[in-house]
Design a protein around this ligand. Structure first.
Ligand code: FAD
Length: 535
């Protein structure tokens, strides 16, 4: 059993920022856990394009307007304004000042501002095309310098500890649902411990891995969302899963992201026979239209003409040495897959990329469960609405990580957070009956079934028939997996499978419920926005 003041689950940009900010008070005890063996492993690590700063001819009003426009009318204006006002100064203070990240600069020492889709200004700061790697490494190094932060690796949160659900006292039923920590599986020792905390922070990232084609690494399977859902937290906007238009379509390298910054630097999408098609779909923005429009345009081209992929041409738009210097990782990864991007176009397809919905939180990162906060991709602050503007998610993790830490600090300071409950009140993990060895074939097979269902029926283009079919198949899988889970010894893979089916069902039910097409939720059978025909 571990007792701590603040338990942070996940150490991507959101969790790590919150921990760093809390650690400024030397009296605080913060425990950060991650399921990975390397604490840098997260979606944050793979971010390529960059993070929004305050460009030279830019201001918070312009950024707010771009976020709201990309969000397709579903972004919360207050949240967008908070991000636009607080984000760029925090980037300077935390990432540059405290963490020491050196964003790319020109010879005169001025930042090099990148451009991405649906941004009206050049405002993206980057470290080559490995911005996430620089941020993840810098943040973890900074955490290791904090004596009051303990980082525990190979530690997978299994479930939250919400009262009344886990309480032995029947009278807690009459109090608001309150989180007191989490049950955590140590995969090195194969044992489960109780981590009790005054405040618990979910910062577990997204769920791209529930789809067959995705840019996300294996850990992005919706663990935090599933735990919050089981604990009774309010989940919103779950139908809005963003598909990135351009993932590499080369055998053995599927899902590798070709950053939007490539189109920002002049890259153009072409059909396999060399036709530039984006002007047909978005005369104003062309290749730099919002992601949902570009991804659907590619999907439509592929479906209408039977293409297996489309092409992205940067080779004829930028000098070869400039391409290799600006996009060293993309250049090297494509070369490894047999494609020289300085000489030939890149084969690309859309892939699941970002979860715009999540655990509902307020401006301080508080969820609907007492003492439970959610930050970053697992949360829904309202910033992204129905479609995320490029390069806003790292910034959102930074801003809400900072805000939640301030809220927790204030609450601990004035003793507003309920105290850690009496230990006797929190049952130990009950592993009786969990005797079967986890069968990797079952785990992998069921995971692939979930991914195929989500890709075909809950993908870029949806309909009532497809969604209903997905609900039926996912419910069946949910029952199978839950039965298997109740009889099997825990493993990280089994925990992930159980969570994946839970969140796949959550996304699908939300998508079936919402019969309006908006942003990245597109239904062939959409009803009109005025509600006519709604049943
Ligand atoms: C290929 C790629 C490129 C991207 N490019 C950009 C970009 O250029 N700009 C931008 O703004 N955004 C980009 N994004 C999105 C952005 O990277 C993510 O949205 C963001 O990093 C999420 O941060 P996070 O802290 O919320 O979660 P993550 O960084 O994913 O961190 C999640 C953490 O939770 C841990 N975890 C998960 N489950 C458990 C569990 N059960 N128990 C314990 N620990 C757990 C993980 O190990 C990890 O430490 C990109 C994403 C991808 C995949």
């Amino acid at each position: 059993m571990v007792q701590t003041e603040v338990l942070i689950i996940g150490c991507g940009i959101a969790g790590a920022t919150a921990a760093l900010q809390l650690a400024r008070n030397p009296r605080r005890q913060i425990t950060v856990i991650t399921r990975a063996s390397d604490p840098r492993e997260s979606n944050t690590r793979y971010a390529q394009g960059g993070i929004i700063g305050r460009g030279p001819d830019d201001n918070a009003d312009l950024l707010t307007a771009d976020i709201l426009a990309a969000g397709a009318g579903a972004s919360l204006p207050l949240a967008a304004r908070i991000l636009a006002e607080e984000g760029p100064p925090l980037l300077d203070e935390v990432l540059v000042g405290t963490v020491g990240i050196a964003f790319d600069q020109a010879a005169d020492g001025q930042p090099i501002w990148g451009r991405e889709a649906a941004h009206s200004r050049r405002r993206i700061l980057h470290v080559g095309d490995g911005t996430g790697q620089a941020i993840a490494s810098g943040l973890i190094a900074a955490l290791h310098r904090c004596p009051n932060v303990t980082v525990v690796t190979d530690a997978t949160a299994v479930d939250l500890i919400p009262f009344p659900h886990h309480s032995r006292d029947p009278l807690t039923t009459y109090r608001p649902i309150t989180c007191h920590g989490a049950y955590v599986f140590n995969s090195r020792e194969a044992s489960v411990q109780r981590y009790l905390a005054a405040a618990t922070v979910l910062a577990t990232g997204g769920l791209g891995r529930i789809y067959r084609n995705t840019t996300n690494p294996p850990g992005a399977r919706g663990d935090g969302l599933a735990m919050a859902h089981r604990a009774g937290a309010r989940i919103i906007n779950a139908e809005y899963v963003q598909f990135h238009p351009t993932a590499l379509a080369a055998p053995g390298a599927e899902g590798f992201l070709i950053s939007e910054a490539v189109r920002g630097e002049g890259g153009v999408l072409l059909s396999p026979d060399g036709r530039a098609f984006m002007a047909t779909y978005s005369p104003e923005w062309k290749d730099l239209a919002p992601r949902d429009i570009v991804a659907r345009a590619i999907h439509h081209e592929m479906e209408a003409h039977g293409y297996s992929h489309v092409l992205l041409d940067i080779a004829s738009r930028m000098p070869a040495d400039a391409i290799a210097a600006r996009f060293p990782n993309i250049y090297a990864n494509c070369l490894q897959a047999g494609i020289d991007i300085t000489r030939e176009p890149i084969p690309v397809v859309p892939a699941a990329h970002y979860f715009c919905g999540g655990v509902w939180v307020d401006e301080g990162g508080r969820s609907s469960i007492e003492n439970l906060y959610a930050l970053g991709e697992v949360s829904c602050t309202g910033v992204h609405g129905a479609n995320r503007l490029a390069s806003t998610s790292l910034l959102e993790g930074l801003v809400w990580g900072h805000r939640a830490a301030q809220h927790i600090e204030n609450s601990l300071h004035c003793a507003a957070l309920s105290h850690v409950p009496d230990l006797a009140d929190v049952p130990c993990w009950d592993s009786r009956g969990l005797v079967a060895e986890p069968d990797p074939a079952l785990i992998q097979g069921d995971m692939q079934s979930i991914q195929n269902i989500m890709w075909h029926y809950v993908g870029l283009v949806r309909s009532a028939d497809r969604l209903s079919r997905a609900v039926r198949e996912l419910r069946h899988l949910w029952n199978e997996i839950e039965t298997f889970y109740r009889a099997t010894m825990l493993s990280d893979g089994l925990i992930g499978l159980r969570n994946a089916v839970e969140v796949a069902l959550t996304v699908t039910l939300a998508a079936r419920h919402n019969r309006h097409s908006r942003g990245c939720h597109y239904r062939q059978d959409a009803v009109s926005a005025d509600g006519n025909g709604l049943i």
